[in-house]
Ligand binder design. Sequence first.
Ligand code: PMP
Length: 434
Amino acid sequence: GADVDAGTNVVTGADMATGTNTATGESTTHSPDFAKIRLDFPVLAREVNGRPLVYLDSAASSQMPAQVAERIDHYHRYEHANVHRGIHTLSQEATDAFEQTRDRVQHFLGAANRSEIIFTSGTTDSINLVAHSYGGSTLRPGDEILLTQMEHHANIVPWQMIAERTGAKILVADVDEHGNLDLDDLRTKLSNRTKIVALVHVSNALGTVNPVQTIIRMAREQGAIVLLDGAQSAPHQPVNVQELDCDFYAFSAHKVCGPTGFGILYGKKELLEAMPPYRGGGEMISRVSFEGTTYEEPPFRFEAGTPPIAAAIGLGAAIEYLQSIGMEQIALRERELLEEATKKLAAVDGLRIIGNPAERSAVLPFVMDGIHASDIGTLLDKQGIAVRTGHHCAQPIHDRYGLDATARASFAFYNSSEDIDRLVEGLEFVKTFF
Ligand code: PMP
């Protein structure tokens, strides 16, 4: 393990299993010992309703390894002080630990500059920042914002609000019956009126991994900028914003084994530099007077007020943890779990998996004949199995398929084959009630 800060050592099951190269933070080629890694997650050892917990709701929020919880606890016990403005040692230490997360995120996303990493309260906040600051300052009546039918409400509603304010128009690219984006439809809806394309990298409702590189190229040709909602991609695959060439990329700490209330907006330097502040207050100014105020440069221009310091430090520890396993290894492991789960769920009589996209992340939405999704969720919970049910904050895509709700099993690298078997067994039990 590498030192996080102040002598807190983060040693993961992955470190022990693989001989992780802590200098680079990337794992070596040996396959990590995922059975050992699972032991890093104390919650996975508990019982729920008298049965060992099976946690299949990581798309809503991932679980936190002990290393991250301990790092946050250590900060609260021994290192807490406000950041950036303190001359005393404790404040400087807190600032160093806090700002170290910016470096870690820069490395995690492959960003060119640390000033391109903005701390926000989560994906939702990141998208609102772009909509209000970038959209609010650049959109004119008749300009177009292109979204897709599979967006999370967080990537719909902020655009509706800004469209109403600016007179811009929202267009929506279709999704086909398999859950793939209809690229022909998207192409016809892209024009030189399109100023912003905002789309989900990986769908939380379907698991679809969108061909974002192709879409970004198509958008560029029309002179549009592209925002990627990375809430479901950052946790599950390597992401490099320079290779993708996206303009903005947003994700949430609580889906990458970190704490709630914190997230990231990556933005290209030249765009951020031209954007007005989103919220005003302390920390984001250069000079304040009643005659007029000047603003800080990015990232601080967008970070008014005392930030969630412990959460930022927690995200830093979470990224260090994930990198000690390796994002490639995580993606491979989750692909195995997805294949196994798809095969075993498809064999359950009366169960239908929704969508069959060309590329899928470890998210499996399904419905069952004659059984409402919420009953599936309730009866699985009675057996200690946690899945999500409902519209998953993506009502338009459910409308597209004529569904009011699905049950959704979502997997992370800490899940196991036993979890999948328990799910199948649980579903057979659910059927006995109907
Ligand atoms: N986009 C997607 C694709 C998501 O899955 C989520 C979380 N369910 C969000 C945005 C919103 O994330 P948060 O609630 O952390 O802001």
